[in-house]
Design a binder for this molecule. Structure first.
Ligand code: SF4
Length: 222
């Protein structure tokens, strides 16, 4: 990747982020504190797409921060793709909220909000052209693969994403954190299997694995 191409992509992303920041296409565009465009390497081989910003993301204007974000960072580090080397974003760029009467709580984005915001996500994919898209959580996966997609049955399988880019869905880090005991161990095992597939697609695999290679541990992101 030439320096000129990198600079162009960074410029294009910065311009697009400014457009998103002015966007009020949905009502949540007026209730958010910050737009959360996404962040990371403009030339990333891996794009991670989550559902939408939560309270902390809205406050900081950054995707995947807080406990779920920290777990995502550990997951990415476990496959030798540190956060700074990937591009991280969401299906919607504003925090979807519901007024409980006493506070604004997080909620899932509506189909209309996802549809409204989709051009921004498509533009990000077009600019970055990642080699792999990792959709985290059912809403993100469904936004690419349709309402009938089942995260429990179809995670860990490869699909053709936008622009023909290989796309795999796995559990959202927030879902992992909600598990306890054996369920958490099992979910982590599945996510680790998914991550290894992602790593193998993103990086050029060695011709043959060394016979004495140390066994890989999903506990790397414990
Ligand atoms: S969610 Fe997307 S489309 Fe809707 S107001 Fe925010 S930036 Fe605009």
């Amino acid at each position: 990747m030439s320096l000129a191409e990198r600079a162009k992509r960074e410029r294009d992303l910065a311009v697009a982020a400014e457009v998103v920041d002015r966007c009020r296409r949905c009502a949540i565009g007026s209730t958010r504190r910050s737009s959360v465009y996404g962040e990371g390497d403009a030339c990333a081989a891996l794009m991670v797409v989550g559902e939408g910003p939560g309270e902390t993301e809205d406050k900081l204007g950054r995707p995947f921060v807080g406990r779920a974000g920290e777990l995502l960072d550990r997951m990415l580090a476990a496959i030798d793709l540190p956060r700074g080397d990937v591009f991280i974003c969401n299906t919607v760029k504003c925090r979807p909220t519901i007024d409980t009467g006493t506070r604004l709580a997080n909620r899932a984005p509506t189909p209309d909000e996802m549809r409204n915001c989709r051009p921004y996500l498509d533009e990000q994919i077009e600019i970055i052209r990642p080699r792999v898209i990792l959709a985290l959580g059912a809403p993100a996966a469904k936004s690419f693969l349709g309402e009938r997609f089942s995260i429990t049955k179809q995670r860990g399988q490869w699909f053709e994403g936008p622009l023909g880019i290989p796309l795999l869905a796995s559990f959202h880090p927030a879902y992992i954190l909600r598990q306890t005991g054996g369920a958490m161990t099992e979910v982590k095992r599945m996510v680790w299997a998914d991550l290894k597939q992602v790593r193998d697609r993103v990086t050029a695999p060695p011709p043959a694995a060394p016979a004495d290679a140390a066994p890989e541990q999903h506990s790397l992101f414990d």
